[in-house]
Write a protein that binds this ligand. Structure first.
Ligand code: ATP
Length: 300
């Protein structure tokens, strides 16, 4: 697959802080690329350097094999984390205004259809619901029919139904052959949508690969969950590790049948039993959990 975007040794320093510390990656055309990391990891700074909003301290960015230039501005679409919408302006008027920023644009009706905004074209943009507003911001990002689309935490604050709906929109955009660069804090979202993930922490890349590659690389166990009332009945030596989380015990095992048999033999009540595969959320906590602990300790 052809590389559409490449960053080499990209850094951004604010005083003594290395917000982004010499990171490099390539994005193949047509994939959904996920940039993940805890708060303050350097995701937005990285994306903003690519988008030309923040000037890199050092490093290079290549679009279609050439140092980034005006072609990128014309062919990229950006949905920002927060965008202020003007009062007393309709959805149609905002879309029309944005068409004036680009050489090539899509018809407003087509965008409205694609982003399910047909019924809201004549409504004031500030009166839209959270999900409708995000769909408008997506339509604005698509206005120039971009080849590469940046989505910065696009589903934050949406209810589960609106999030799923937004995922379907992202899938449909991907099916048009566009490249998507997604930053998100929702690991289920990254798992559902992304073909390749880069996980950053403290300005450095700490892991990368497809969701399945990453899970396969880091986990060879599955999780059994039970109510913590059963903790006293657990037989010894049943699992790789046992953790207590809220009112549940989580048993990690690489021998499911054997572990279940031992639980039954020991008289453990299995009515609360849940068995689950490892998720990206488990991986994220495994890779970045130390930082969370530090933050917690600082807070105590
Ligand atoms: P979040 O998930 O919370 O959006 P992030 O991964 O996008 O976090 P960044 O916003 O890129 O993180 O911030 C990386 C680091 O750089 C943070 O420590 C942040 O405080 C710092 N930083 C970002 N912008 C500036 C700035 N303009 N001046 C000084 N420090 C900044």
């Amino acid at each position: 697959m052809q590389t559409i975007l490449e960053i080499r040794n990209l850094s951004k320093t604010y005083g003594n802080l290395k917000a982004v510390d010499g990171i490099s990656f390539k994005i193949p055309a047509g994939i959904c690329f996920g940039l993940l990391g805890p708060n303050g990891a350097g995701k937005t700074t990285t994306i903003e350097m690519i988008e030309g909003i923040t000037k890199p301290s050092s490093g290079e960015i290549f679009y279609k094999g050439k140092l980034i230039d005006n072609q990128f501005s014309q062919e990229a679409g950006i949905q920002f984390q927060s965008t202020a919408l003007m009062d007393f302006v309709t959805v149609r008027e905002i879309l029309k205004l944005f068409t004036s920023f680009y050489e090539k644009t899509l018809p407003i009706e087509q965008l409205a259809r694609q982003c399910n905004l047909d019924s809201f074209l004549d409504q004031y943009a500030t009166k839209l619901s959270g999900g409708q507003r995000q769909r408008l911001l997506l339509a604005l990002a698509l206005i120039n029919d971009p080849q590469i689309l940046f989505l910065d935490e696009p589903t934050t604050g949406l209810d589960p139904q609106a999030r799923r709906h937004f995922w379907q929109l992202i899938e449909s955009i991907k099916q048009q052959g566009k490249t998507i660069v997604l930053t998100t804090h929702y690991m289920d979202e990254a798992e559902a949508l992304c073909d390749h993930l880069v996980i950053v922490d403290q300005g450095n890349i700490i892991e990368q690969g497809s969701p399945q590659q990453l899970l396969g690389r880091h986990f060879d166990t599955i999780c059994i969950q039970l109510d913590d009332t059963e903790i006293s009945r657990l037989p010894s030596g049943i699992a790789v590790s046992v953790q207590q989380i809220n009112d549940q015990i989580q048993i990690e095992t690489d021998r499911l049948e054997q572990t279940l048999s031992k639980l039954i033999e020991a008289g453990v009540n299995l009515s609360s039993l849940r068995i689950r595969n490892r998720t990206l959320e488990d991986l994220f906590l495994k890779l970045t959990g130390s930082q969370l602990r530090e933050t917690l300790q600082e807070a105590l």
